[in-house]
Design a protein around this ligand. Structure first.
Ligand code: ADP
Ligand code: MG
Length: 252
């Protein structure tokens, strides 16, 4: 099986630092894969490589068999890869629904600013975008807050709104960078339930997360990075008892 996403021997260096080193990974379609590792291991860099923010110094990245590592970010979004960022990036003085509509425009447009300035060409297009944005916020249980300013949402709701916005680009691969960071246990439980629902819709999920319990409950396979190198990959149970993982990550 070739997989939905294939990372083939990818390396990226910043000056003397090799942030990701000869990484090989294949994500099966419809699965939840976690990427874990200590701070600075290279996890966010992997997402930046997949989404075209960085170009590998070496190696190739394939999505549905197509080479994507030379494409600009908006083209990669257009092919069906969406992501959230480790730090919340919302337009806090725009409404919840408008934040999500921007996600829709991002599928075809290069920047958020383009998306903001561009008006839909037809009434039908506007209605479709509105309906689709409502579907995304309904899925993330934010429908009753559609007209609220994003900045007025609780922290957990803001993180869910970011996922709703990513979903608005209609992805088949959703990359979530520490989506549960800073959440309380109840917020985490709600989020886990939603991630499972997104998976049931057929969307493949690539999850970077620090909370081991959260990862172990969701992911079918876990890949562990340390200093940019893959130290192991396996089921949550396999990874948890791997001595190299305990040394690199759990022991810290
Ligand atoms: P993680 O997400 O696992 O905590 P990152 O992927 O953010 O780690 O970072 C991995 C390493 O790469 C870190 O040492 C970080 O400082 C470095 N790094 C990431 N992006 C850049 C960049 N644009 N320029 C220089 N160093 C970077
Ligand atoms: Mg990170």
């Amino acid at each position: 099986m070739s997989g939905l996403l294939k990372i083939d021997n990818v390396t990226i260096s910043f000056g003397g630092l090799t942030a990701v080193d000869s990484l090989n990974m294949t994500l099966a379609e419809g699965s939840i894969r976690a990427l874990i590792g200590p701070n600075g291991a290279g996890k966010s860099t992997v997402f930046n490589l997949i989404t075209g923010i960085y170009t590998p110094s070496k190696g190739q990245i394939f999505f549905r068999g197509r080479l994507i590592n030379k494409l600009p970010p908006h083209k990669i979004t257009g092919l069906g890869i969406a992501r959230t960022f480790q730090n919340i990036r919302l337009f806090t003085n725009l409404s919840v629904i408008d934040n999500v509509k921007i996600g829709h425009h991002c599928r075809s447009k290069a920047s958020f600013i383009d998306a903001l300035l561009r008006s839909p060409s037809t009434k039908k297009e506007e209605a479709d975008i509105q309906r689709q944005a409502m579907d995304c916020i309904t899925l993330m249980e934010l429908a009753d807050k559609a007209d609220e300013m994003a900045g007025n949402l609780s922290y957990g709701e803001q993180r869910r709104l970011e996922i709703a916005r990513a979903l608005a680009s209609n992805p088949s691969l959703l990359c979530l960078d520490e989506p549960a960071a800073g959440m309380n246990p109840i917020e985490k439980e709600t989020l886990a339930k939603m991630i499972k629902k997104i998976k049931k819709m057929g969307i493949t999920i690539f999850l970077v997360e620090h909370d081991m319990k959260f990862v172990m409950n969701l992911a079918e396979r876990v890949t562990v990075l340390d200093y940019g190198k893959k130290i192991t990959s396996g089921t949550p149970a396999e990874v948890q008892r791997d001595p190299a993982v305990i040394k690199a990550y759990l022991g810290k």
